[in-house]
Design a protein around this ligand. Structure first.
Ligand SMILES: [Zn+2]
Length: 203
């Protein structure tokens, strides 16, 4: 039951994020409607259809409540989760930052399909709380047992950043891609700032 609520909540969160992007795009469309009209409108249509897809996914979750068989991490933000051709869910990888020096792994609480991860335009790094160096993110099949968790707030921002990265990766129009890349960078910076703040707290 709890797992379902979490999944629904993460879908709703994605919808809220998409609606914010929609607002931005509509502002762009209004500002230079003549110039970028076609591409912006295409992006708006695509986001609208993503929002509808999520509605359907939420309905499915509610309809099938109690039938969820495979365990999912309860608080994961899932990106690109969708049924594959055979109706089975496409497997998700865990997004982590690994410190080989301290032999620690920071799990982000975000899961993403490998295809999407590999299509991302930007590899991002995070300053390590154990050794102070920057480590790149990785997608791993198994969340390691010994791990440190990212703060929830940072996880939320990182999820938004990643979602924008995914949109940037699939945007055909350079202007739209740039818009998403900029949003992804901004969210990522917020994620890093919150993570730094969380780690600066005593205890
Ligand atoms: Zn490190």
């Amino acid at each position: 039951m709890g797992q379902y609520d979490d999944i629904i909540a993460s879908y709703e969160d994605k919808q809220a994020n998409l609606r914010r992007q929609l607002k931005l795009l509509r502002a762009v469309a209004e500002k230079d409607g003549q110039k970028a009209g076609g591409a912006v409108n295409a992006a708006i249509r695509r986001i609208n259809s993503e929002i509808r897809d999520l509605d359907a996914a939420i309905d499915r979750c509610r309809g099938k409540s109690g039938q969820l068989q495979h365990p999912t991490s309860s608080s994961a933000i899932r990106i690109g989760a969708h049924p594959g051709a055979n109706g089975q869910e496409v497997p998700l990888a865990h997004l982590v930052f690994r410190c080989r020096k301290a032999k620690r792994v920071i799990t982000t609480g975000i899961e993403i399909t490998r295809d999407l991860f590999e299509s991302l335009p930007t590899a991002r790094t995070m300053r390590c709380r154990f050794c102070g160096q920057d480590h790149p993110w990785e997608a791993v099949e198994q969340a390691p047992d010994v791990r440190a968790l990212m703060s929830l707030r940072a996880e939320d921002f990182l999820g938004r950043s990643l979602q924008s990265d995914v949109h940037a990766a699939t945007a055909a129009d350079p202007g739209i891609r740039e818009l998403y890349e900029r949003m992804a960078s901004q969210w990522f910076r917020l994620a890093i700032e919150s993570e730094d703040k969380a780690n600066a707290l005593p205890g």
